[in-house]
Structure formats: structure tokens, C-alpha cells
Design a protein around this ligand. Sequence first.
Ligand code: URA
Length: 433
Amino acid sequence: MEAYAIIRKKRDGERLSPEEISWFIDRYVAGEVADYQAAAWLMAAYLRGLDAGETLALTEALARSGEQVDLSGIRGVKVDKHSTGGVGDKTTLVLAPLLAAAGAKVAKMSGRGLGHTGGTIDKLEAIPGFRTAMEREEFVAQVNRTGVAVAAQTEKIVPADRKLYALRDVTATVDSIPLIAASVMAKKLACGADVIVLDVKTGSGAFMQDAAAAQELARLMVAIGKRAGRRVVALVTDMDQPLGYAVGNAIEVAEAIATLKGRGPLDLTELCLELGSRALCLGGLAVSLKTARARLEELLLGGQALGKFREWVAAQGGDPRVVDEPELLPQAPQKIPVLSPRAGYVVQINALAVGEAARALGAGRRRKEEGVDPAVGVLLVAKTGSRVEAGEPLAYILAREKGVAEAQELLAGAFTVAVNPPKTRPLVCAVVE
Ligand code: URA
């Protein structure tokens, strides 16, 4: 086999065999296929597409390229959750302790922010002392002891995806359904959970802006997971406006804590209950969605989920006092309002613009090697459907010096205020099982 022939075949729209895909990926990781050849192959795959068999072969080749995390030492149903990326998406911070309080074993590896979207690891690291680098033994022991651990995905897991993703990022080949499905599912399969709950985002703040494309992605990922013998469900959910009100690292932790106290935003709370109910049913920890939801509501209102969050933070070295004293989280020195130019209803909030504004302030990265500022971000005051008066704040910019003018410009264009209230969009657009 040779790389040239495999690239040409895909360029001409032919179907690649699993052996060809596996050979190409293995040689790429070994450094025998060059970056420029992999980039050409990615563009051919982007333009010509990959069918279900090719996508499965790619997923398996990626998953095999590194360490397979052995979770067999964990007693109980091991649950993992993944979001395809959004703005203000702090769901894991709520759902992980909530599911652990319900008896699931939440063993999750997460990533950092990507593009305009935030990452769970950056958010957790906003908690003073919180450690996200964990050895496997420590990870397994913590899940057995507390029911929950979330660690940063190491370089050893799916190295082929790490290399390919970096190329996709600079060759305009990220938003391809089969390439995203293979990238996400390879990491999920390598991380070894029994139950995988996927949150596929759609709307202005998602990689898949179109709902039909998001559903296709969801179907493909569920099919891959099932073929690999995992129990998988995907929810296609709205990301046309940020989730909750907080977009940034420390402020998202604070909002997650409020949600665990039963005082969170409605959309975030509802999404956690929906995803959580599906996870409990799939894991055999509840007999119906109704009983699962009732149990989760009980754990939120009764404080057990919050107690589990406290235990989890302490287990990973974080300061658990942040639960009762959120002011211990990093605070931005400046709070600048973004004012509504007119009276009316907020009919649209461009989530991409809000995510970009938070990134400009330093909550996310422009280059991979950059750090993030945990304190900064954007705090919405109004959401879609809110009534506002002229001169009232729509949002606050929480900033140091960096990126204030850019964030102001982005946010000035992010809100659409009109005379009539908007039609409401459903939070859960589809369920794929
Ligand atoms: N998230 C991933 O992990 N991979 C993609 O390709 C896109 C989003």
C-alpha cells in the first residue's frame, strides 16, 4: 500500500477498505505518512465524504492508535458523557456529581476549550487547587471511592486524533460529519465506559449549526458506539444561544454550583435532568425516564448532588469551600455593562459571538499553547425571550485589560432586540437511540 494511492482513491470518490484506512492512520502516527499527505487525505474525505463503514474503520484505527483506558477495576456501571462543544456549556460540572449521587460511576476524560467553545478541564481548573492530571490507578481508585472523577485526556489517548485534529483545525476540515463522529467516538471508545451519553449541539454556537446535520452526526455516533458494544444515546440539543447565563471559566463553575443548589438557570437544569435520566435508564439504574428524573430532582433539591460535588472537588485537590463561598473563585477586576440600544424582546443571541467575546477576553485560547484567564468572561443578563428597556444591561463583560474593545464590539452585534417576542425553540430537538 502507499499513501499516494489511498489519497487518489478518496479524491476520486472511491470507497476505502478498512485495511487501507487502518494502514494510512498507523503510518501517519508512525511519521511515515507526511502531514501534507494527511492534509490532502482529510480534504478528500471532507469533500467526498466517508460512508458508515469507512467512518467505523477510521474510528477504530484512531482508537487503536494509543492507550486504551482499562476501567475494569471500577465496580458498577461506568458512565461517560460528551458534548460536541458549545458556549456556556457547564453541564458536566452538574451532571457528573448528580449521576454519582444517583449511584452511577462517572469516569470521564475531558478536553480543554476548542475554538469559541469552552472546555470542562479549563473550567475545573478555575477552582483553586483542582488537579486534572491523574494517573489511571488514582483515577480508578477515586471513582470507586467517590463515584466520580474527571481527568484531562492525556497525550497517550488517541494520539492519531490529536495529530489529525491539529491539521483539520488549519485546513478548514473540522466541520465534517464523519470526521467529527470518528474523532469523538474514538476518544469515547478508548476511554472504556459502558454507557455513553452524547449531547450533540445545534445552532449558532455549535460546530453543526444545522439541525438536520446534527441529527445525522448523532445517528452516526450512536451507530459507531453500538457496533463497538457500548450502550449509547444521543440528544440533539439547542445551542442557538449560550446555555445558562455564564460564559467563562470561574463564572461557569459558580453557575454550576448554583444549579446544584437548585437555583440554576432553567435551560441548564433541564438539560442536566434530560441527559441524566437517559444515562440512568441506559445504565439500568432506573426503570423509566419518569422515575429517573424524579430521583435526580430529589438529589438536587435534597443537597446530595451538591454534597457529591464538594467531595469530588476535595478528592481532586480543589478547595471545597468554593461551594459555600463562590467569591473564593478568581474574580475579574472590571465589570462593564453591554446596554440595550432599544426597548423590546431579545429575539436572538448569537452564541458564536458571545463565545468569541469570552475568548477575546482570555477565557479561551487563540493558540494551542496559550493559557486561559479563569476570572474573565461574559455574564448574560437577558436571554432569548427576555423583555428589555432601552439602556438596560443585556450582559456584563468581566475583564482584565485584554480584549475589552473587541468583546464590546462582538457583544454589541450579538443581541437582536425586536418589538415582538420570538418563537421558543425546544431545548431537546431529537433523541437518537
Ligand atoms: N470535538 C472533537 O473531539 N472532535 C471533533 O472533530 C469536533 C469536536
